[in-house]
Ligand binder design. Structure first.
Ligand code: GLN
Length: 193
């Protein structure tokens, strides 16, 4: 029913992935890049699940404005509950829809997008332990045959929504690094790390 993640205690359910310690790194990487707290940043957390990444960014940067999206309405409900538990501000909004789809109004306006999309390849998913497979949503883990289906969709659409000098930060499986870098470069990104 709940999970500790960074300094947060987040409600979780069958509709959301239990936030993993490795995903805490996304927040650290963002704070290293955007050290100047006065910068007004528009960010999105795509496929927010429990809300973990979006909430941590919104709390650490009260002047930023964020939108968290998720395809699952039940997940969004949990995410917004988790946010309200920690914040009395309204710098994180929640919108239902698939990846970038619900953000049509924000084309070309986003400084930073973060995502921990499903990236587990089919054969790895089939072998996952029962305690993961039977208790966590398949659509939060499985990324298709090679695991890259959703990562690809997010990267390909990113240039439409990001500002010219915007950032996209994506978590991927341990062995997908070079393929994911290639996808970024093929989609007009520079400074790919
Ligand atoms: N790192 C997670 C796991 O090993 C997978 C998360 C994801 O697919 N985004 O279970």
């Amino acid at each position: 029913g709940f999970s500790y993640w960074r300094d947060l205690k987040l409600e979780v359910s069958n509709d959301v992935l239990i936030p993993r310690p490795e995903t805490e790194l996304i927040v650290d990487i963002v704070s290293r890049r955007f050290k100047n707290k006065e910068e007004l940043i528009s960010f999105v957390d795509l496929g927010t699940g429990s809300g973990a990444i979006g909430i941590a960014l919104a709390l650490a940067n009260p002047k930023w404005n964020g939108i968290a999206t998720d395809i699952n309405k039940n997940a969004l409900e949990i995410a917004s509950k988790n946010y309200i538990k920690y914040s009395n501000k309204s710098n994180l909004k929640f919108i239902n829809g698939n990846w970038w789809d619900p953000l049509k109004k924000f084309k070309g306006k986003i400084d930073l997008a973060v995502a921990n999309p499903p990236y587990i390849p089919q054969d790895t998913y089939d072998e996952l332990p029962i305690e993961v497979k039977n208790f966590e949503p398949r659509n939060a883990l499985l990324g298709g045959e090679d695991g890259l289906d959703h990562i690809k969709e997010i990267i390909q659409n990113a240039p439409i929504y990001l500002k010219e000098k915007g950032y996209l930060l994506i978590e991927n499986h341990f062995d997908q690094g070079s393929r994911v870098k290639k996808l970024f470069i093929e989609n007009r990104f520079t400074n790919v790390m």
